[in-house]
Write a protein that binds this ligand. Structure first.
Ligand code: ATP
Length: 300
C-alpha cells in the first residue's frame, strides 16, 4: 500500500492579475521506504506540491493520502506522521543547538527529561554532539542542515520531506548529507528479531528515549513500525543528487507529472542514446535544464 498517493492534486492561486495554476493535477504514488526524487524546472510546481503534501497549503482540487491520513479530512493526522525540512530552515540563531532540539521535543509533547534525552540522541546521530552548546547562528551551512534534519526527525516520522536539502553546501557537505539520507531509509529491524540495522543510528530505530518513561501513551510521538523504513520525498535541482539518492524520479512541469521512473529508465527512454545522461533525458522531457541559474557545486 502506498505511503503517499495523490489524485489530481491541484492548487490555483488567485492573484490580482488573475488565477495562477501552480499545480494543475498531480497523480503519484510513493511506496513505503522509497526515496523519491521530485524534480522539475523552475516554476514547475514542486514547492507548491510539497507545501500541500505537508499540510501547509490547502489544495484547491484533487485528493491525497499521506501515511494513512487523508490530507483534507485529517491534516493533523498527516502532521503527526511527517517531518518537513524546508529550504530555509526555521531555527532561531540566538539559541543553542541543545535548546532548539529540546524545544522541538517539547513541541511534540515530550516531557522535559525525554526532550533532553531525545535532543542528545539526535545530536549524536547527526554528528552534532560537539555543537550542542553552540548558538545556531554560529553553525556552518552543513551543520545547520543537519540540525534542520534533526528537528524534522524528532518525532520519528514515517515520511520525511526534504526541500532541496543540499542547496548551498560544499561537495563534502553534500556527500555527508547523501550518506545520512541513505541511512535514514534503511529498514527498521523487527524488534523481536533483532534484525541488522544497516548502520542506522540506534535512536532513529527505536524510541529508546521513551522506553520506561513517564510519558502517557496518548502523548507519545508516533514511532515508525518495525520492519518499515522511513520514506523520503525530496526535491532537488541537482540531477547528480537525484540519480545518486533516489530510487525513483518523478518529473513535473507546468503543474503536472510529465515522466517518472528510475534514472536508468528515464535515460533509456528519453535520453536518445545509450550513453545519455539524466540531464539529456531531463531536457528532452521538459525542454529545459534542471539547474538553478546560480552556479552548481562540483558534483561529488
Ligand atoms: N503564492 C503564490 N501566488 C501566486 N503564484 C504563486 C504562488 N506560489 C507559487 N506561485 C506560482 O506557481 C508556480 C509554481 O511555483 P513553485 O514555487 O511551486 O515552483 P517550483 O517548481 O518549486 O519552482 P523553483 O524550482 O523555482 O523553486 C510558479 O509560476 C509560481 O510563480
Amino acid at each position: 500500500m502506498p505511503v503517499i498517493s495523490t489524485a489530481g492534486l491541484a492548487r490555483t492561486f488567485q492573484t490580482k492579475h488573475g488565477p495562477v495554476e501552480a499545480v494543475r493535477g498531480i497523480d503519484l504514488t510513493v511506496r513505503p521506504g522509497e526515496i523519491l526524487g521530485f524534480l522539475g524546472p523552475n516554476g514547475a510546481g514542486k514547492t507548491t506540491t510539497l507545501r500541500m503534501l505537508t499540510t501547509l497549503l490547502p489544495p484547491t482540487g484533487g485528493a491525497a493520502t499521506v501515511a494513512g491520513h487523508d490530507l483534507a479530512r485529517d491534516p493533523a493526522g498527516v502532521r503527526r506522521k511527517i517531518g518537513y525540512v524546508a529550504q530555509s530552515g526555521g531555527v532561531d540563531p540566538s539559541v543553542s543547538v541543545r535548546e532548539e532540539l529540546t524545544t522541538q521535543g517539547r513541541l511534540y509533547r515530550l516531557g522535559k527529561a525525554e526532550a533532553t534525552a531525545r535532543a542528545e540522541e539526535l545530536a549524536a546521530d547527526l554528528g552534532l554532539t560537539e555543537l550542542l552548546d553552540r548558538k545556531c547562528g554560529a553553525l556552518s551551512g552543513g551543520q545547520r542542515r543537519r540540525l534542520d534534519i534533526a528537528m524534522g526527525l524528532t518525532h520519528r516520522p514515517a515520511v520525511l520531506f526534504l526541500d532541496e536539502p543540499t542547496t548551498g553546501l560544499d561537495p563534502g557537505g553534500r556527500a555527508d548529507l547523501w550518506e545520512l539520507i541513505r541511512r535514514l531509509r534503511a529498514p527498521l529491524p523487527a524488534q523481536s528479531q533483532g534484525a541488522p540495522t544497516h548502520g542506522l543510528p540506534s535512536s532513529l530505530l527505536a524510541p529508546s528515549s521513551l522506553r520506561g518513561s513517564s510519558v502517557q501513551p496518548a502523548q507519545r510521538p508516533e514511532t515508525r513500525s518495525p520492519g518499515h523504513a522511513m520514506t523520503v520525498f525530496l526535491t532537488t535541482h541537482y540531477l547528480d543528487e537525484a540519480e545518486a539518492l533516489a530510487d525513483r524520479l518523478v518529473i513535473v512541469d507546468k503543474g503536472t507529472v510529465v515522466a517518472e521512473g528510475t534514472a536508468a529508465r528515464l535515460k533509456a527512454e528519453y535520453g536518445g542514446s545509450p550513453d545519455a545522461t539524466l540531464q539529456d533525458a531531463f531536457i528532452a522531457i521538459t525542454g529545459r535544464g534542471a539547474q538553478r541559474p546560480d552556479p552548481d557545486p562540483i558534483a561529488v
